[in-house]
Ligand binder design. Structure first.
Ligand SMILES: [Zn+2]
Length: 395
């Protein structure tokens, strides 16, 4: 009986610590009064937890803020130096490795392009991740003990069995045991998720999705992915996959898709497909530059402009389907290609989405660009080990 009581008190204390840490992590800076209002904890509980977390060096006093009529209030925030997290974006055209402090400020990054983007040799990608981990540690002058964990965002479906398996049907990975393979290169704690989901989590917490309860995040690079935010958190399907948006059919019997089916959205609006539809030779050395060239050319070339018009129509039709199915309050377009296309085509994409969805549902949503840039997948991946840290209440 006594043990159970002690356990309950300990659980309560851990819960209070986690509530304060989550609140400070997501808001960046808050006073004790604001923490109390945001967490529902009493002023006395907040004072106790804050004292404990300051003593342990996890949070710090960051300065004073004026308050209405009263004494200036002391602001609190995460201690950036307490620990660090690393996010890895395994993309179709490049591998990004970024190191962040506890306030999610980027402290170092390494990027490697894939020489042959169509071939995602597991050994090559593993080598890039391993080099990247070593590079960001060296650049930031940190050793492994300073790192709380590494999050990895990958294309495709993550299956969590006794080991993590990645099924990247269009990426050329068939049940790749990425966790086991990466374990040979690092002893750091590892977490994995789909890249569209990590981007979605980053935009939800720190970017265009802030405050949204129901949203769809669309990631367009070479291919197309999405993640669903339902009730304020990322929706997971039965086998931890959801929202393979690139492979909904937008043209029955249409263009052949990399997944083997015909008429998928990805066969029209993924960067690889757009460039294929364009069919013009390019001097650009990679897809990112080639797409930028196409977008530039659209000012003078009717053919290029037509390709982009079609891209907006297909993408808008796909978004219209998402709006009809999920009734999101916000649709966020990101990924390197999504951001390039959106900068020019957003009004056309919105118009096509309006034409392809029910009026009442379209009126309830807004379609916007991601705010965190093409690095959002790596930033989101780095939130995975942060999540583990905050849920264990910083211990
Ligand atoms: Zn497909």
């Amino acid at each position: 009986m006594r043990d159970r009581k002690r356990g309950t008190v300990r659980d309560l204390r851990r819960g209070n610590r986690a509530a304060v840490l989550w609140s400070l992590y997501l808001s960046q800076a808050r006073s004790r009064q604001e923490l109390s209002a945001a967490t529902g904890l009493s002023a006395a509980s907040v004072t106790n937890v804050v004292r404990e977390l300051i003593d342990e060096g996890i949070i710090i006093e960051t300065g004073l803020a004026e308050s209405d009529g009263g004494r200036p209030r002391t602001m609190l925030g995460m201690n950036p130096e307490y620990g660090h997290v690393i996010g890895v974006d395994v993309g179709e055209t490049r591998t990004r490795v970024e190191l962040f402090d506890l306030t999610m400020t980027e402290r170092a990054k390494a990027e490697y392009t894939l020489d042959r983007p169509a071939e995602h040799d597991v050994g090559v990608v593993l080598g890039q991740i391993a080099s990247g981990l070593a590079a960001v540690l060296a650049d930031s002058d940190l050793d492994e003990h300073a790192i709380l964990g590494v999050g990895v965002g990958v294309p495709g479906i993550i299956e969590r069995r006794s080991e993590v398996l990645v099924h990247g049907q269009t990426y050329g990975w068939d049940a790749v045991p990425l966790g086991t393979l990466l374990r040979a290169h690092t002893g750091l704690p590892l977490r994995f998720d789909n890249g569209a989901k990590t981007m979605g989590q980053a935009e939800l917490w720190f970017g265009a999705g802030r405050g949204a309860r129901n949203a769809v995040m669309i990631l367009i690079g070479s291919g197309v992915g999405a993640s669903l935010i339902s009730g304020g958190s990322t929706y997971q399907g039965a086998t931890s996959s959801a929202a393979e948006f690139g492979h909904i059919a937008v043209a029955v019997g249409g263009r052949k898709c990399r997944c083997g089916a015909a008429g998928c959205l990805e066969a029209y609006v993924g960067a690889a497909a757009i460039l294929d539809r364009y069919g013009q030779p390019t001097a650009a050395t990679d897809q990112e530059l080639a797409l930028a060239e196409l977008i530039d050319a659209a000012s003078t070339s009717p053919h290029a402009a037509g390709i982009l018009d079609d891209t907006a129509r297909y993408l808008g039709a796909g978004i219209g389907t998402l709006i009809n199915l999920f009734n999101p309050e916000r649709v966020i377009l990101g990924g390197w290609a999504g951001l390039q296309l959106g900068a020019r085509l957003l009004p056309d994409i919105r118009e096509s989405a309006r034409q392809h969805s029910l009026h009442h549902l379209y009126a309830a949503t807004s379609i916007v660009l991601g705010e965190l840039g093409p690095g959002a997948v790596a930033l989101g991946a780095a939130t995975l080990p942060m999540e583990t840290f905050l849920n264990s209440s910083g211990q």
